[in-house]
Ligand binder design. Sequence first.
Ligand SMILES: Cc1cc2nc3c(=O)[nH]c(=O)nc-3n(C[C@H](O)[C@H](O)[C@H](O)COP(=O)(O)OP(=O)(O)OC[C@H]3O[C@@H](n4cnc5c(N)ncnc54)[C@H](O)[C@@H]3O)c2cc1C
Length: 408
Amino acid sequence: MAEFTMELNDEQKEVRDWLHGFAADVIRPAAAEWDEREETPWPVIQEAAKVGIYSLDFYAQQYFDSTGLGIPMAMEELFWGDAGIALSIVGTGLAAVGVLANGTEEQIGTWIPQMYGDANDVKVAAFCSSEPDAGSDVASMRTRAVYDEAKDEWVLNGTKTWATNGGIANVHVVVAVVDTELGSKGHASFIVPPNTPGLSQGQKFKKHGIRASHTAEVVLENVRIPGSCLLGGKEKLDERLARARERAKAGGERVKNAAMATFEASRPAVGAMAVGTARAAYEVALDYAKTREQFGRPIIDNQGVAFQLADMRTSIDAARLLVWRASWMAVNGKPFTAAEGSMSKLFASETAKKVTAQAIQILGGNGYTREYPVERMHRDAAIYTIFEGTSEVQRLVIARTLSGMPIR
Ligand SMILES: Cc1cc2nc3c(=O)[nH]c(=O)nc-3n(C[C@H](O)[C@H](O)[C@H](O)COP(=O)(O)OP(=O)(O)OC[C@H]3O[C@@H](n4cnc5c(N)ncnc54)[C@H](O)[C@@H]3O)c2cc1C
């Protein structure tokens, strides 16, 4: 087990500087354009693929870094560049993790490369869980997967919504109900291969922020996929369902929810994205406060401004500490006895919202215009308290973990 450390090693510092260079030279200069266009920034993804940032190898290297700092460091730097573009670059990783976590070796080897494509023909992937009536309340999911034993095929029907890269993805990972009696324990994840008939993009959403990232509905109408596309395989699913039915019969004994543990491990990465956006806005505000003069002196000479910057930086550093701690715990298999993963996501995302709003205030009229990036950063920051579990859901999870009680 790696000791927890706040110090990046030489190799990590090199990677961080390389990512920072890409974020500063390629992502940030393109941010305003793609925000206005509200389209997937394919040329930037291609550029990321060419240098090796958009690739399974790079993602896996950070994911398996035993210090736990690889992923949060990478997320912070890319999202420092721009949240919408960075999400277009890392969105595929979210689907890939779904396969890494639940798939067999064969499934991992077959599908993850198809999620990324290659530098000359980049592809993206989508993870589709949320539905119009099942956001926070995942157990209300309605998309059904029915097994056709004669053909060894699964048939998927339903509508997914708010899917990042939904409809434009080469590979979709879809969560669906296989047993309607078992709530969220009756769900399973499926690969929908490229060009499968019956899968189509529904509405593409126009958004408040992260507008360079594509968000859309995914409609599934009699989508037939081979039995081998069930992540983890049929035998494992049957065993899991049998165990869940036994427990339900025995009076619903409370069991540790595996999905919960997965979320605890993935949420710090979203916290790190938020830290990146917050740090970007703070840096713009600090520079501005040192150079903007009113009443014959830089505005930072006023305690009212300087103290805001002090608070902003303190919150950002505190958020990063929580994120790094939770990431280290996840990689080293430490139990999340106080929902430390949710804590890190809650604090970092609320910090990003607050810090980006403070940055607009410090830039005054300029901060409110699209001539300066903090206006966009503030719009972008609003997503962090919503996706991968809202702030209220994080509080619910933390409270339930602390008390050991179901909190409604
Ligand atoms: C840009 C974007 C990208 C996304 N990408 C993906 C993706 O790639 N894949 C995917 O599957 N999903 C994705 N989502 C969906 C996202 O995860 C959901 O929006 C989120 O889980 C919240 O669900 P909801 O929108 O239905 O809100 P609701 O669950 O309807 O919540 C509405 C409000 O009620 C509050 N609330 C709900 N229940 C409680 C409670 N018990 N106690 C207190 N407050 C409560 C919430 O906190 C929130 O403030 C994305 C969403 C967006 C906006």
